[in-house]
Write a protein of this length. Structure first.
Length: 118
C-alpha cells in the first residue's frame, strides 16, 4: 500500500459513530500495543491480575473518551456493571473521584451516554 493508511481520521470517526464498539476496539488495540498483551487476552476471560488491570484501564480510558458503559461492555464481552466497577477501580487507583471525572469528561463534550453512567 506504499505507506498509505487504510482509513483517514474522518473515515475512522464515521465508523466509530456508526458502530461505537469499533471505537472501543481502537482503545483495546492501543493498550494491546502498549502492553504487549494480545487484544484477545484483554477481551477474553483471562483472570490474571495484570490482565484484569489492563482491561480496567481500557474501560476507564474508553469511558473518559465518552463511550457508554454498555458499549464498552459489548466490546469487551462484559456486563455494563462490570465496566462500571472497572472504571471506578481504575479511578481509585489514580486517586480520582467519579464526580471529578464526570465533570472533566462532560467539559470536553464527551457526556452523551446511554443513561447507565451514574
Amino acid at each position: 500500500m506504499n505507506g498509505a493508511t487504510l482509513f483517514t481520521d474522518e473515515d475512522r470517526a464515521a465508523l466509530v459513530a456508526a458502530v461505537p464498539e469499533l471505537g472501543v476496539r481502537l482503545v483495546i488495540d492501543a493498550f494491546a500495543a502498549e502492553t504487549g498483551f494480545p487484544a484477545d487476552w484483554i477481551i477474553g476471560q483471562r483472570r490474571e491480575a495484570v490482565v484484569a488491570r489492563v482491561r480496567q484501564r481500557v474501560m476507564f480510558r474508553a469511558w473518559m473518551l465518552g463511550f457508554p458503559y454498555a458499549v464498552i461492555g459489548r466490546a469487551l464481552k462484559r456486563d455494563h456493571t462490570t465496566v462500571l466497577h472497572g472504571v471506578k477501580a481504575e479511578a481509585a487507583r489514580c486517586g480520582l473521584t467519579m464526580e471529578a471525572l464526570r465533570r472533566e469528561r462532560d467539559a470536553r463534550g464527551k457526556g452523551q451516554h446511554d443513561g447507565h453512567d451514574d
